[in-house]
Design a protein around this ligand. Structure first.
Ligand SMILES: Nc1ncnc2c1ncn2[C@@H]1O[C@H](COP(=O)(O)OP(=O)(O)OP(=O)(O)O)[C@@H](O)[C@H]1O
Ligand SMILES: Nc1ccn([C@@H]2O[C@H](COP(=O)(O)O)[C@@H](O)[C@H]2O)c(=O)n1
Ligand SMILES: [Mg+2]
Length: 239
């Protein structure tokens, strides 16, 4: 079981609302995707019939994950779920834990896994698409374990955009989208967190034979030409 936030955490109200996994409850998808009955018990979304195709998209801050995801969506019709975008949206909503998310993102740290998984799960449930690109997740072993436990599914494959630090720093500092974490101090922390917590997850998927390493240096189109065959092969497999 993953670590829960300390009792004093201002994330606690959200954590208390999370559905608990119960293996005895019905499966929402026919294979590999045991879902939480609480949604169904409340008369919520009806069960989906097909197991979703999940791809995790990993890489350091500014490695180009979001940019490439937009091209994958355009070409292969996936639903793009950026964990960072979902957290930022939650942060500016009226929710009482918005300020905790803001503090965590400002420091370049990782938001408790239950919070992030709940936001991802909510989007998956609401989508008609069965193909999901989950960008910037899992950022840690704790994220990974929480996803497997709560969602009950594993990624079909994982993309890793491998980019040198100097290039990532350059891209982030010239991104100009008004993000609170796009400054040199937070960027230093994000790089440390990436190395300490995210690289072990990348290594985990590499050992499982699920990792596709993409050289993230070059033009956007050049990089996409490395990504394209991975998804084409996946489409072929599905036929
Ligand atoms: N191949 C590239 N060459 C130069 N700039 C790029 C390239 N790909 C993306 N960028 C730019 O670099 C910046 C970061 O890209 P992007 O937002 O896609 O990265 P990210 O991995 O999603 O970052 P984060 O983890 O911080 O969300 C953006 O301004 C984007 O336009
Ligand atoms: N799994 C995640 C993903 C993101 N965060 C927090 O959001 C920040 C921005 O994420 P991007 O993917 O948009 O770069 C990140 O630095 C974390 O603070 C998270 O906690 N967990
Ligand atoms: Mg991004």
């Amino acid at each position: 079981m993953w670590r829960r936030a300390a009792k004093s955490s201002s994330f606690l109200p959200l954590l208390l609302q999370l559905p608990k996994h119960d293996a005895s409850l019905p499966q929402r998808f026919t294979t590999g995707f045991p879902f939480h009955a609480p949604f169904q018990e409340k008369g919520g979304i009806s069960p989906k019939q097909v197991a979703p195709l999940i791809t995790f998209v990993l890489g350091g801050p500014g490695s180009g994950k979001g940019t490439q995801c937009a091209k994958i969506v355009e070409t292969f019709g996936f639903k793009h779920l950026s964990a960072g975008d979902l957290l930022r949206r939650e942060m500016i909503s009226d929710s009482e834990y918005g300020s905790s998310i803001l503090n965590t993102i400002s420091e370049g740290k990782i938001v408790p896994s239950e919070v992030t998984v709940k936001l991802i799960l909510r989007e998956m449930e609401a989508s008609d698409n069965q193909k999901f690109l989950i960008d910037g997740f899992p950022r840690s072993e704790e994220n990974r374990a929480a996803f497997e436990q709560i969602v009950g599914a594993e990624p079909r494959f994982v993309l890793f955009f491998d980019c040198p630090e100097e290039e990532m720093v350059k891209r982030v500092l010239s991104r100009n989208e008004g993000r609170i974490d796009d400054n040199i101090d937070t960027m230093r922390n994000r790089l440390k967190v990436f190395e300490a917590l995210n690289l072990p997850v990348i290594d985990y998927y590499s050992k499982k034979g699920k990792l596709y390493r993409i050289n993230a240096v070059g033009t956007v189109d050049e990089i996409f030409e490395q990504v394209r065959p991975v998804f084409e092969a996946c489409e072929q497999e599905a036929k």
